[in-house]
Design a protein around this ligand. Structure first.
Ligand code: 4AD
Ligand code: MG
Length: 432
């Protein structure tokens, strides 16, 4: 049954007869000839059936084909520069119709985002969505390759957790037998434990934020990759961020040119993603923002709007470090030169995309960390194991988290993260 060939590798079959399995992307007919655009997930090919090419029964049956009907077609492969999509054409000999799709709801005309999201299970078949998922696949593969090639060990962290990592206001609570548990916001705290066991580790999985936020950058469930390194300081971590992002972007440029074309995503800005990335302090970033006309207080965190303005001033990602400690998480190490600042870094993607990475150096002193946990109103009991890491061989250590969906949105040039994950979860959507 399985297809002997896929459209993406059709060049290998030039001049030969081949059987392809797929779905009707489009069909138009004149009285004497059918033009069928067939898609199979790897590409689209034009199939041509003249009245004399196929049996009269098949020619007649093809008149009933509709968008998304499923078919198995056999024909001979011909290079044809003018053919749409793949530069090859199939002259059909036979068509087997598996099922006629009646009234497929998504037509080539424009639909609103709510309608498309309701039909996400079908929307994923569109060429644009396939291109996005291919880029996503490349990004995920590149992430794993980068850490694999640089001496990191993959150690996945749990999803049920007993306490907050990134602030109590964005926790999803679940029943856990006689008690409560929370869906993980980040694997970082566990990474800190495993980094003390293995030196350099990363975890990669879904994370959850109950943010009551409806921006184009927020999902309630998103994928995050988080490396953690023992004996790395903030500067070392920024070096890793830089190498890592350059690696991922160049991999996409290498493998997904055709997909970027489908998305009409110009490659130029991505080709600029080269070392060194500008490194500016939060205070310097505030000055840049004010110069660009933004009104912002000295100690303010950046929202999406500020990040958009800021990143448009640079032609590549920027690394903003040393935010005010008060706007950052409890585990951040204070800057010895100015305790009001945290040894943290956010990497902001250009073209208005903003934060794709958040990270920094962790507090490694027991007493300072206990005080920070108290100050943030967190339950100390839940952190006894975490505090042990500062009791038994504490060392300077650092790490960061990269959000996959924001990275996909940036590299694909998408306005909203809702298209970057197969089935997006947002404040007002948990279906389909
Ligand atoms: O900046 P965040 O909250 O950092 C952490 O969770 C750290 N514990 C990571 C670490 O140091 N190990 O999140 C990291 C990244 C953000 O830069 C962003 O790309 C993504 O995760 N992210 C989201 N993506 C989509 N929707 C959301 N609601 C997101 N929240 C964070
Ligand atoms: Mg952040």
């Amino acid at each position: 049954m399985k297809p002997e060939a896929r459209i993406g590798e059709i060049a290998k079959f030039e001049g030969k007869e081949v059987t392809l399995c797929g779905w009707v992307y489009n069909i138009r007919s004149s009285g004497k000839i059918h033009f069928l655009l067939l898609r199979d997930g790897s590409g689209v090919i034009q199939c041509v059936a003249g009245a004399k090419d196929v049996s009269p029964g098949t020619f007649e049956a093809m008149k009933s084909l509709t968008q998304e009907s499923s078919v198995i077609v056999t024909g001979s492969v011909r290079a044809e520069k003018r053919a749409p999509h793949c530069g090859f054409e199939l002259t059909l000999k036979d068509v087997k119709i598996l099922q006629i799709a009646k009234d497929y709801p998504i037509s080539p005309k424009e639909h609103g985002p709510a309608f498309l999201l309701d039909n996400r299970h079908l929307w994923l078949r569109s060429l644009r969505q396939v291109a996005i998922m291919k880029v996503r696949n490349t990004i995920i593969r590149a992430i794993r390759d980068f850490f694999d090639q640089n001496g990191f060990l993959l150690i996945d962290s749990p999803i049920f957790t007993p306490a907050a990592c990134e602030g109590t206001s964005t926790l999803f609570e679940t029943n856990y037998f006689e008690t409560k548990a929370y869906l993980t916001q980040s694997g970082q705290l566990y990474n800190e434990a495993t980094a003390m066991a293995f030196g350099k580790v990363y975890c990669f999985g879904p994370t959850f934020r109950a943010e009551k936020s409806k921006t184009r950058r927020h999902l309630t469930e998103f994928w995050m990759v988080e490396p953690e390194m023992a004996f790395y300081d903030l500067g070392d971590t920024m070096d890793v961020c830089e190498d890592f992002l350059c690696f991922v972007v160049s991999r996409v440029l290498e493998r997904n040119r055709a997909d970027l074309d489908v998305l009409e995503r110009p490659a130029g800005p991505l080709e600029n993603v080269r070392k060194p990335f500008p490194r500016i302090t939060h205070a310097e970033a505030i000055a840049v923002l004010r110069k660009a006309g933004a009104e912002i207080a000295d100690n303010a965190d950046f929202g999406g709007d500020e990040e958009t303005i800021l990143t448009k001033q640079f032609d590549r990602p920027i690394m903003v470090h040393r935010y005010p400690a008060e706007v950052k998480a409890f585990y951040m190490k204070g800057d010895p030169a100015d305790r009001s600042k945290a040894l943290c870094v956010d990497v902001l993607a250009p073209e208005g995309y903003g934060e794709v990475i958040g990270g920094g150096q962790r507090e490694d002193d027991l007493d300072t960390l206990v005080a920070a946990i108290k100050k943030h109103g967190l339950p100390e009991e839940a952190f006894t194991w975490y505090l042990d890491l500062r009791r038994y061989g504490s060392v300077p250590h650092s790490g960061f988290g990269l959000g996959v969906e924001r990275t996909v949105a940036w590299l694909c040039g998408l306005h909203h993260v809702r298209e970057t994950i197969p089935f997006p979860r947002m404040m007002e959507r948990v279906t389909p």
